[in-house]
Design a protein around this ligand. Structure first.
Ligand code: HEC
Length: 149
């Protein structure tokens, strides 16, 4: 008797888990196509904008770059950063995109955090450079195609 009711409870939760777990975790914006950047570093490395890049912006950049009066007109806050950067022209260097998908070295945000810019300061301005790991996180995501994932 005991065993039987225990099993019933177990299966009840199993069933809930099976049905609700994928629903809770599945993002509604799964991208339709995943172009291989062709650089050999293509898809599947698991870099994610929402869990890798946005937290970095939130920790190191949005203190200046957010809101309506965002510094340099660059709003990197959650919900805005992707649309404000990917394939968007830099205001400082008009020959560069802030994020150029699959080309981290020519993305102006990377140029600014690596200190290769000729205009203005290295970013984050005055609050200490990003670590090599943080810069690599950004570059890997860009070289994976800068997907909104
Ligand atoms: C303490 C304030 C501050 C922080 C923190 C900061 N920035 Fe900036 N940012 C500025 C200022 C001021 C400018 C304009 C002057 C300059 O470039 O030095 C700027 C300009 C920029 C530009 C140029 C925008 C364009 O359109 O060309 C980029 C890109 C940039 N920041 C990226 C970042 C990133 C990425 C971070 C976080 C890693 C960051 N910034 C953190 C103050 C800040």
């Amino acid at each position: 008797m005991r065993l039987k009711s225990g099993c019933t409870v177990f299966f009840f939760w199993m069933t809930l888990g099976v049905f609700f777990f994928p629903m809770a975790c599945k993002s509604p914006t799964s991208s339709s196509s995943t172009p291989d950047p062709g650089g050999g570093n293509g898809g599947g490395s698991g870099s994610s904008f929402s869990s890798d890049v946005q937290p970095l912006y939130n920790g190191k950049c949005t203190i200046c770059h957010s809101g309506t009066a965002a510094t340099a007109g660059l709003d990197l806050s959650t919900g805005n950063a992707y649309a404000n950067t990917v394939n968007v022209d830099s205001k400082q260097d008009l020959t560069k995109k802030l994020i150029l998908p699959s080309d981290a070295d020519n993305s102006y945000i990377v140029i600014k955090v690596e200190g290769r810019q000729t205009i203005g300061d290295r970013m984050p301005s005055g609050t200490g450079d990003l670590s090599a790991v943080e810069i690599q996180t950004l570059k890997t995501w860009i070289n994976d195609g800068a997907q909104n994932n």
